[in-house]
Design a protein. Structure first.
Length: 170
């Protein structure tokens, strides 16, 4: 894009409430501010008070759509990770329940490669409890990440709907 003294660049900020604010920009293109994740920023060229929007609308829609698709893919990955962790947690709980029903003097063996090693039941229960705690923490963190990604995806879709409803008038 040409630059001259007639043109200046402004940064348009679109919030969840649909309010736009302007500020001078020194960057190009649409980007997401990670310190304010609910806002989209778009660098626009202004010529004597008029925004040249012929290709900017299309770029804005394409950028938001690509981010929404990427977020949806990440959501699917996180959901599958949560499912796997929950499956591991369930197996640990079943193992712990079975071991707790055994008499204290029963020999317990754990597989190590191609051999089995005898371990006291108390050590096995401690290890299972520690692994359960780690898995619960991992599941909690993944659920937080999933919530963030779902919020980001929802905001992207809302911005797309807003652009289409206004006929591309940002």
């Amino acid at each position: 894009m040409p630059s001259c003294k007639q043109h200046r660049w402004v940064l348009m900020r679109f919030g969840n409430d649909g309010i736009r604010t302007k500020a001078k920009a020194n960057r190009t293109g649409l980007h997401r501010c990670w310190s304010a994740p609910n806002f989209w920023f778009l660098k626009l060229k202004v010529s004597r008070g008029c925004v040249e929007t012929s290709h900017i609308k299309q770029d804005l829609v394409q950028e938001i759509e690509s981010r929404a698709v990427a977020t949806q893919q990440q959501i699917n990955i996180v959901r599958s990770q949560i499912t796997g962790k929950q499956r591991e947690l369930r197996l640990l709980e079943l193992t712990s329940n079975e071991i707790s029903q055994l008499p204290k003097e029963t020999n317990v063996y754990e597989g190590v490669g191609k051999m089995f090693v005898a371990n006291p039941i108390t050590n096995v229960n401690k290890r299972l409890s520690a692994e359960k705690g780690e898995l619960k923490t991992a599941i909690s963190n993944l659920e937080k990440k999933l919530h963030y990604l779902e919020t980001t995806h929802k905001n992207s879709r809302q911005h797309m709907d807003q652009i289409f409803k206004t006929g591309g008038k940002a």
